[in-house]
Design a protein around this ligand. Structure first.
Ligand SMILES: [Zn+2]
Length: 199
């Protein structure tokens, strides 16, 4: 009864974050009901994102220049100061404050059981290497920029253990953000205060 093309679209959409099978089905039928020109435009824009790549240094997705993103490749950014965040969207939120003078490391969705994934260990290893390559071979500060949730706190301790010895200072962002709150949903003023009051 359901056309094959809808079934295929639902299967693909169901893999997206926060889209369950029912929502995916609704979206699929919505797309199928859109004017052809809009469907074509949607497909074209999605296709365009395929040329974006993951930065080899901070692992966020961006238009890359020589393997690095626009933030990492910016000579005005302090390469010795790093803020470790969970998600790409956290970078966007923090960038709005203009208070981050250094660079980022995007770790990816934090594990709930406190065991870092292989991908996360690889990213932390890349961070260590990039710090070892700095003049002096040590970071001035690494800020752990996880949301102050239960698993954010748990993972902050684990990550702090991993980065000991590669930085002069480890600090934690989040004072000021309500406990249990997510960076993504904090307003700019709160975040700005959380960055300035890090400890
Ligand atoms: Zn980057």
């Amino acid at each position: 009864m359901t056309p094959d093309s809808i079934k295929k679209l639902v299967a693909l959409l169901s893999q997206l974050p926060s889209l369950g099978p029912r929502q995916a089905t609704r979206v699929a039928f919505h797309i199928a009901g859109m004017p052809t020109s809009e469907v074509t435009e949607l497909a074209r824009v999605i296709n365009e994102t395929a040329r974006l790549k993951r930065c080899t240094q901070c692992f966020r997705i961006d238009e890359l220049t020589t393997g690095r993103c626009t933030i990492c490749a910016n000579p005005r950014r302090d390469q010795a100061s790093i803020i470790i965040v969970e998600k790409e969207t956290d970078v966007l939120t923090l960038e709005k404050t203009k208070a981050i003078k250094g660079r980022y490391l995007v770790l990816g969705d934090l594990p709930k059981d406190g065991v870092l994934t292989t991908q996360q260990r690889t990213r932390l290893a890349a961070l260590k290497k990039s710090i070892a390559d700095l003049p002096g071979g040590i970071a001035s500060e690494i800020i752990i920029g996880f949301s102050p949730t239960t698993y954010g706190d748990l993972n902050a301790e684990i990550v702090a253990g991993q980065i000991k010895g590669i930085t002069q200072k480890i600090s934690r962002l989040g004072r000021g953000i309500p406990t249990g709150g997510e960076i993504e949903f904090a307003d700019e003023q709160t975040l700005d205060a959380a960055i300035k009051n890090r400890n």
